[in-house]
Design a protein around this ligand. Structure first.
Ligand code: FDA
Length: 406
């Protein structure tokens, strides 16, 4: 005989544990199912093992979605301060790193233990590892087939996340269930992901792996793509890292979520300097080689790559350069437009953009408008945060509102 619960939550990650704990503390009988053998592996590896668990400045402007206002309600009902209060209640050592990003000082294990304790305080039933089969609508709710016995419940919450990092158990379960119940999906794609470059124009930069510097990066209106494909996009000032296959670092991860294939990104390698003006101004007073002048502002190996890529001899003298050529070089440094070949894909992506179309869900509860009792939360939904603790804040907030409603 099937076991009866008020609520079944599928996926014991960030959003699922938050939702199960909140529902159980309201007195609901809750079962939490996950196919993984290790609990909340993504929280464990997040923030380099120290979990950037929220961002104190989190607001709707830090999220991408086809429906940008959707996240507003959940984010205002469960704020970064609410999660921080919970972290403080559990006396978890934490600190602010940069731009409002809050990290565990010792280990992300503390966040997992805290969420587990919240679930246990509400007497959530755990089924893990557990393969989940089908979910069917019944007259009174849902029938779930799962390893360890079937389940009957009034509400089902899908918290199985996105497609990023398949090796730790990501699946398309959420999208399949949404499709089964006739809900639309915004096509998923990797986000917060390194970008790859190839071809002759990239050759001069291949040897630069390991070089890092602070840049401004943008996409959209500043970068007109092939066929005018570029979209309105983001603008960030963060660190850039040259890799063996292209570019990474926070600047690139951030812009990757806005980037569209076949369109350029625009890099300003010296955001505080008008390079052309500086070079032209220095022509008469500085009797140096161009490379030496630029090496005062940028890593020497990067200067070599930039000069080679733009057709300048390494020993060219600044004083001999026509202003027009210096303006071109200035542009290549202050407005370097490059078209990525692609991204490193789900294997390296921190998040999945797209997911269950938010127009199918109630923004107050996360319940599907046309399937009463069926909820989607966390990364399975078309709401994706910037790098910097925003994605966990969405997981907590969407989990909280669903847990308060089921
Ligand atoms: P999450 O992925 O956490 O959980 C989904 C759960 O569902 C998993 O436990 C999985 O096993 C289970 N599941 C999947 N398919 C299933 C199936 N078919 N049956 C049963 N169970 C199934 N964000 C942030 O804010 N700060 C940070 O520091 C980082 N750092 C970071 C580092 C790395 C390397 C990655 C990959 C990601 C981050 N993120 C992050 C993003 C953040 O981890 C992510 O957005 C949240 O974990 C999403 O929470 P969810 O609960 O939606 O999914």
């Amino acid at each position: 005989m099937a076991k009866q619960y008020d609520v079944a939550v599928i996926g014991a990650g960030a959003a699922g544990m938050m939702c199960a704990a909140v529902a159980a503390r309201r007195g609901k009988s809750v079962v939490l199912l996950d196919h993984a053998t290790k609990l909340a592996e993504k929280i464990r590896i997040s923030g380099g093992g120290r979990c950037n668990f929220t961002n104190i400045n989190a607001g709707p402007a830090n999220f991408l979605s086809q429906n940008p206002h959707f996240c507003r309600s959940a984010l205002s009902r469960y704020t970064a301060q609410d999660f921080l209060d919970l972290v403080k209640k559990y006396r978890i050592p934490h600190h602010e790193k940069h731009k409002g990003q809050l990290f565990c000082t010792e280990s992300s294990e503390h966040i997992i233990a805290m969420l587990r304790a919240e679930c246990d305080a509400g007497e959530v039933s755990w089924r893990m590892p557990c393969k989940v089969g089908s979910i069917e609508k019944t007259e009174s709710g849902f029938h779930i087939t799962a390893e360890g016995g079937d389940i009957e419940c009034h509400s089902v919450v899908i918290a199985t996340g996105g497609l990023s990092i398949p090796k730790i158990g990501a699946t398309d379960f959420g999208y399949r269930i949404a499709t089964q119940f006739g809900l639309g999906i915004i096509e998923p794609r990797p986000g917060l992901v390194p970008l790859t470059f190839d071809g002759p124009s990239w050759e001069a930069f291949v040897p630069l792996a390991g070089i890092a510097l602070e840049v401004e990066v943008s996409t959209g209106s500043e970068g007109k793509g092939k066929g005018g494909k570029a979209k309105a996009g983001g603008h960030f000032r963060e660190d850039l890292l040259f890799t063996h296959r292209g570019l990474s670092g926070p600047a690139i991860l951030q812009i990757s979520s806005y980037w569209q294939p076949d369109t350029p990104i625009v890099l300003n390698l010296l955001p505080d300097l008008d390079v052309a003006e500086e070079l032209i101004g220095a022509k008469t007073t500085v009797k140096k080689q161009l490379g030496n002048v630029l090496s005062g502002w940028l890593p020497a190996r990067l200067v070599e790559g930039l000069l080679a890529a733009n057709g300048f001899a390494a020993d060219a003298r600044l004083a001999d350069m026509p202003d027009a050529r210096l303006r071109k070089l200035g542009d290549a440094i202050n407005r370097w437009e490059i078209i990525p070949a692609g991204s490193e894909g789900y294997k390296k992506a921190e998040v999945t953009l797209g997911g269950v179309d938010t127009r199918e869900l109630s923004q107050q509860t996360m319940m599907a408008n046309k399937v009463p009792g069926l909820y989607f939360i966390g990364e399975s939904v078309d709401v994706t945060g910037w790098l910097g603790g925003y994605n966990f804040q969405w997981a907590w907030a969407s989990g909280f509102v669903a847990g308060s409603s089921v």
